[in-house]
Design a protein around this ligand. Structure first.
Ligand SMILES: Cc1cc2nc3c(=O)[nH]c(=O)nc-3n(C[C@H](O)[C@H](O)[C@H](O)COP(=O)(O)O)c2cc1C
Length: 221
């Protein structure tokens, strides 16, 4: 499988990059083809009013590497590893801009709109967050945003790794071993079981191993 790991920190040798690299290493160990990129190497301009900056042929007029990142790296990928530092209890402005500008490429006026909209669903996504605060609530908004965003795009959020650190690379010293957890998640990106049941979802009482998928919850409990 093809994976792209994207670090959205302005620090190229920081904690988000360290987490992204760890997850990428695990994915490579599992035999996947992985590339790691810095979002700041591609994305500079913020979303603008499309009526003002869209070219007459429908392409985006913001002159940076966004389209190259999207079309050459993200569209062909089967899985995404997204790493972000916590900035004011949210994702970085650049990562938010990445998602904002995706709008321009899924809109009907974009010449690649259909191609992008067809390629986004089905991707497996792992989220890495580096932050200073270990308070559980600090990262909740980011986790919720990525959960909803992936749901909207018909993608699977397979897991989240939070690493605590502040100075560059300090997540390595986090006793909760985020780098090992990141590597494990990268290794299992396409194997992690993601379920989202409703009361009446037919399912076995067994989670692992052979299952009787036809049994209802009340019969099998
Ligand atoms: C603008 C800015 C805002 C930040 N806001 C938070 C925050 O709300 N909560 C937190 O725990 N850490 C916050 N931090 C600290 C970073 O999340 C932390 O240092 C992280 O490990 C940096 O990751 P990086 O090395 O990948 O940039 C902030 C740092 C910056 C520069």
């Amino acid at each position: 499988m093809r994976i792209v790991a994207i670090s959205s920190s302005p620090r190229h040798d920081g904690n988000s990059w360290t987490l992204a690299e760890a997850a990428a290493k695990g994915a490579r160990e599992a035999g996947h083809e992985v590339e790691t990129v810095h979002l700041s190497d591609f994305v500079d301009g913020m979303l603008d009013d499309c009526r003002r900056c869209r070219r007459s042929d429908g392409t985006c007029g913001i002159g940076d590497g966004y389209e190259r990142l999207l079309m050459e790296h993200i569209v062909p990928a089967d899985g995404l590893i997204i790493a972000t530092p916590l900035h004011w209890y949210g994702i970085t402005g650049r990562l938010k801009t990445f998602f904002d500008r995706l709008f321009c490429y899924t809109a009907g006026s974009s010449p690649v709109g259909e191609q992008v909209s067809a390629a986004l669903p089905g991707k497996r996504v792992a989220l890495m967050i580096s932050c200073e605060e270990s308070y559980r609530g600090a990262t909740l908004a980011v986790e919720t945003q990525l959960q909803e965003l992936t749901r909207y795009l018909h993608q699977e959020l397979v897991g989240v790794v939070v690493g605590i650190g502040n100075s560059r690379g300090e997540v390595e010293s986090d006793p909760s071993r985020p780098l090992e957890r990141a590597a494990d998640l990268g290794r299992r990106l396409f194997e992690v079981r993601v379920t989202d049941y409703r009361l009446d979802t037919p399912r076995s009482n067994r989670i692992w191993g052979p299952q009787d998928a036809t049994a209802s919850w009340s019969e099998s409990y």
